[in-house]
Design a protein around this ligand. Structure first.
Ligand code: GTP
Ligand code: MN
Ligand code: MN
Ligand code: MN
Ligand code: MN
Ligand code: MN
Length: 198
């Protein structure tokens, strides 16, 4: 478990690097017809993560130097580089700040922002067509499968991939915070059943 500190405390500490990442998500009216057992589902939630250049999954965002720019302006700049849209981010989008245990000297700030379906669509297009880091730092944006298949597929398989730093824990706590999954569903997501293909 990473040590949590406040955003304000983080900004008073000297000699640390800061990284800001964000979960961009929203409702989509697309139907997952026939793909998942819940046939009545109409709304699906789109959650954006990325395949990083190093082969790890993580959230969009990056290093910010608070002596040159605010954390939120820096995060918005990183989003412009990585997804091709300078999504505005405010302090009200901030959810947690941690002293990174995997990377000493690094403070990680995490944000969440809900977007409209049209904005998410625009972002997915821009991430390929406009983002200067596409194919370099970022190999592609991915949607998180927020459902459970009978063989353990869906979210449990997704979580079995490798994630940068504590981004996997950030995803799970965000799913709970945004009430996209219950505590029970999160526990289920972390257990890949024995009859799984993995
Ligand atoms: P450069 O422009 O190449 O420096 O990359 P960047 O500014 O986009 O930085 P990056 O996104 O790689 O993030 C910097 C550091 O933050 C990484 O080395 C990781 O230690 C950490 N990190 C990256 N992604 C995440 C994430 O989703 N969550 C958390 N908690 N940490 C992350
Ligand atoms: Mn096919
Ligand atoms: Mn970047
Ligand atoms: Mn980055
Ligand atoms: Mn950067
Ligand atoms: Mn860069």
């Amino acid at each position: 478990m990473e040590q949590q500190i406040t955003r304000e405390d983080a900004l008073t500490r000297k000699g640390y690097k800061h990284a800001c990442h964000i979960m961009l998500y929203g409702d989509s009216s697309a139907k997952l017809f026939g793909k998942i057992p819940i046939k009545h589902i109409v709304l699906i939630t789109v959650i954006q993560m990325q395949m990083r250049f190093d082969g790890l999954l993580g959230f969009p965002g990056g290093l910010v130097n608070p002596s040159n720019e605010t954390l939120e302006a820096g995060l918005s700049r990183e989003l412009h580089e990585e997804v091709g849209v300078a999504v505005p981010v405010g302090v009200d989008n901030h959810v947690s700040t941690c002293l990174s245990s995997s990377c000493p000297g690094l403070i990680t700030h995490f944000y969440i922002k809900k977007m409209a379906e049209s904005e998410l669509k625009e972002l997915e297009t821009a991430a390929v067509a406009k983002a200067t880091d596409h194919g370099l730092e970022v190999l592609g944006m991915v949607r998180v499968p927020l459902y459970f298949l009978r063989n353990g597929g869906g979210l449990p398989y997704f979580l079995s991939h490798s994630f940068i730093s504590n981004s996997r824990a950030q995803l799970l706590s965000a799913l709970q915070r945004c009430r996209l999954l219950s505590q029970g569903e999160i526990e289920k997501a972390e257990t890949v059943p024995e009859n799984s293909l993995l």
